[in-house]
Write a protein that binds this ligand. Structure first.
Ligand SMILES: [Fe+2]
Length: 291
C-alpha cells in the first residue's frame, strides 16, 4: 500500500488552501463544482495530497492509502474474521477509486482506495513537496492502535520509542505512526521533499513570511528522515521531510531501549530546538469524528 492523502474538515478551507499553496508550496487543484472543497497537490503523480472540506469544526475526515483490489479483499476478510466492521465507500475526491473505510480503535478513519487515478507529475521545482511521506496520529493507546493496524490493515511495526510506534505499509520505514499521547488527534502531516536542499529552501520560504520551525531542522532517529516542523495558521502541525530510510522485510523491530538520546539531544544532529508548548496545543486541534 501507499499513503496518498489526508482529508480535513475545517471552517475556512479557502484560507487554509491559500497558506498551503502560496506559502507551504503545494499546487492548487482546479476547483470542482463544490465551492466548499479545496484540494492541494504535490509535484508527484497523486491528484491531491490534502483535501479540505468546509465545516463548523476541525477534524480529520480520513487518512487515505492506495491499495490493490486484493488488499481490500484481504483487509475485509481479516476484519470479518475478527469482528471488526468496515464500510465500503467509493471516493468522490479527485482520482475517485473504490474505497473501504476502516476505523482505528481511537476513532481515526483510514480509507483504503483501489483503482484511484493518478495524474502527470509536475516538472521538478527545487523547493516543492512531492507527496505525503507520513501522517502521525496521537493515540489513547498507541500499542493497541498499532496492533490493529497490523492485524486488520496488514501493516508492520518498524520501531517503538518511548513516545511513538512507527508503522510501515511498504518499504518506507513509516507511513503512519501512533504517538503515546493518551488522547486521540492528528499529531502532524509530513510532506516529502526531494532532498535536504529542498527542505532547507522550504524553511527559507517560510522564514520569508516570518515563520520559524516549531522543531528543526534536524534528523530523526527511527527512519533517519530529515525534518522541519511548522504550525500552520489553520492549526495543524506540518512537516517538511526527506530521506526516510527504506527497509526490508527483515528489518529488526526496534524497542525504546534501542532509541535513546544522550542528555539534551533530541535528534541525530543535535541542533534542533523544539517549541513543546506550541506544538502541544497544535497537536490537539484536529480530532476524529468519534473523539
Ligand atoms: Fe514526522
Amino acid at each position: 500500500m501507499e499513503l496518498r492523502s489526508i482529508e480535513l474538515e475545517l471552517p475556512d478551507p479557502v484560507g487554509a488552501g491559500r497558506f498551503l499553496t502560496e506559502i507551504w508550496g503545494l499546487g492548487a487543484v482546479a476547483a470542482g463544482p463544490d465551492p466548499d472543497r479545496v484540494y492541494l497537490r504535490g509535484s508527484g503523480d497523486q491528484p491531491y495530497l490534502v483535501g479540505l472540506y468546509r465545516a463548523d469544526h476541525t477534524l480529520v475526515r480520513s487518512v487515505t492509502f492506495l491499495a490493490d483490489e486484493w488488499e481490500l479483499a484481504a483487509v475485509s476478510a481479516r476484519a470479518a474474521a475478527q469482528g471488526v466492521s468496515v464500510v465500503p465507500a467509493d471516493s468522490d475526491d479527485p482520482g475517485a477509486g473504490r474505497g473501504l473505510l476502516v476505523t482505528l480503535p481511537d476513532g481515526a478513519v483510514i480509507r483504503l482506495l483501489a483503482g484511484a487515478a493518478g495524474v502527470e507529475p509536475l516538472p521538478h521545482v527545487p523547493d516543492r513537496a512531492v507527496r505525503l511521506t507520513h501522517v502521525v496520529l496521537n493515540a489513547v493507546d498507541a500499542e493497541a492502535t498499532a496492533r490493529f493496524a497490523e492485524d486488520i490493515l496488514g501493516f508492520k511495526v518498524s520501531d517503538r520509542t518511548k513516545g511513538m510506534v512507527f508503522v510501515r505499509c511498504n518499504q518506507s520505514h513509516h507511513s503512519i505512526a501512533f504517538a503515546r499521547a493518551g488522547f486521540a488527534s492528528l499529531n502532524h502531516i509530513a510532506f516529502e521533499m526531494a532532498d535536504i536542499d529542498a527542505v532547507m529552501r522550504g524553511i527559507g520560504r517560510l522564514r520569508d513570511v516570518g515563520m520559524v520551525p516549531a522543531w528543526g531542522p534536524g534528523r530523526h532517529g527511527p527512519g533517519a528522515n530529515v525534518f522541519a516542523y511548522f504550525i500552520a495558521p489553520f492549526g495543524a502541525v506540518v512537516e517538511f521531510s526527506t530521506a526516510v530510510e527504506l527497509v526490508g522485510e527483515d528489518y529488526p523491530t526496534g524497542s525504546p531501549e534501542d532509541w535513546t538520546w544522550p542528555p539534551n539531544r533530541i535528534d541525530q544532529w543535535g541542533i534542533s530546538g523544539k517549541d513543546m508548548a506550541a506544538l502541544g496545543i497544535a497537536e490537539r486541534t484536529f480530532r476524529f469524528r468519534r473523539t
